[in-house]
Design a protein around this ligand. Structure first.
Ligand code: AMP
Length: 258
């Protein structure tokens, strides 16, 4: 199987492609084998939320809360890739170096994995994208995909958080390798604590000051231009000066979504 170039993936009404990667982290098969958006619910307008923001701006935690409130899945390709690496899959081997060095995974892999994920049955009423798109080509490709999702209601939120807070969060962050919940050292002791799901918490390989600096450089160069790309479609939520608890971030985001 081969990955088609980004601008060659769709025909007029459907996306028909074969995926190069079989994801260890997705157990449910797509609802049809030429993959299309048949599964997307046509009676309920699918709610599609894009959460933009720098690394450590709180996208993941906030997306989890939105997912619960609106009963739509959170999609984080970063979480997908960490599980692929953990299970030692071909995809995991391919993305590991990019992730650990603070670089972005190439757009063709991203689009392949994303399309695979959003055509799963659980995305039929919509989904939250936490960490996608991260480049202009990804956004352009997603615009094409959106054309195939009838009645899609797109919301875009940008979490704008001071750099000092981003570094502090990165230093304090532990995650669950199974369910991807995020924990902060400020609230627990990693030596004695386990995740709500029972797994031992770990430090992310890319949570070091040097890697964060690289990730922030990439964010400024490759991801921030998306704010211009989406223009006045973006709602901004700012966290400046003093950090706020995750519940407060969620409340501010939810107010924009309401
Ligand atoms: P995250 O968990 O969202 O912080 O992502 C962790 C890492 O996964 C990133 O630093 C990238 O290497 C990779 N990644 C996740 N999403 C994307 C994306 N949309 N485009 C490129 N790389 C991504």
């Amino acid at each position: 199987m081969k990955i088609l170039p980004i601008n060659n993936l769709s025909n007029k009404n459907n996306i028909h492609k074969q995926y190069k990667y079989t994801l260890a982290s997705i157990t449910k098969p797509a609802s049809c084998d030429t993959v299309c958006f048949k599964g997307i619910n046509k009676t309920v307008a699918p709610k599609i939320i894009i959460l933009l923001g720098a690394p450590n701006s709180g996208k993941g935690t906030c997306a989890r809360q939105i997912a619960q409130k609106y009963s739509i899945p959170q999609i984080s390709l970063g979480d997908v890739f960490r599980r692929e690496i953990k299970y030692g899959t071909a995809l995991g081997a391919e993305v590991k170096t990019y992730m650990e060095s603070g670089g972005l995974v190439p757009d063709n892999i991203i689009i392949d994995v994303l399309t695979n994920r959003i055509t799963q049955e659980d995305c039929k009423n919509g989904f939250i994208l936490d960490g996608f798109p991260r480049t202009i080509p990804q956004a352009e490709r997603f615009d094409e995909i959106l054309k195939n999702i009838k009645g899609a209601e797109l919301r875009i939120i940008n979490l704008d958080v001071d750099k000092k807070i981003l570094y502090k969060r990165s230093a304090n962050r532990y995650i669950c390798p199974e369910c991807s919940r995020v924990y902060s050292l400020e609230k627990f002791d990693p030596k004695t604590s386990v995740c709500e799901c029972g797994s031992k918490l770990i430090k992310r390989a890319d949570d070091t000051p040097d890697v964060l600096t690289k990730r922030l450089e990439n964010y400024e160069k490759q991801t921030m231009p998306l704010l211009n790309y989406y223009g006045n479609k973006v709602d901004y939520v700012g966290i400046h000066g003093i950090d706020v608890p995750a519940e407060e971030t969620f409340a501010r985001v939810d107010e924009k979504l309401g």
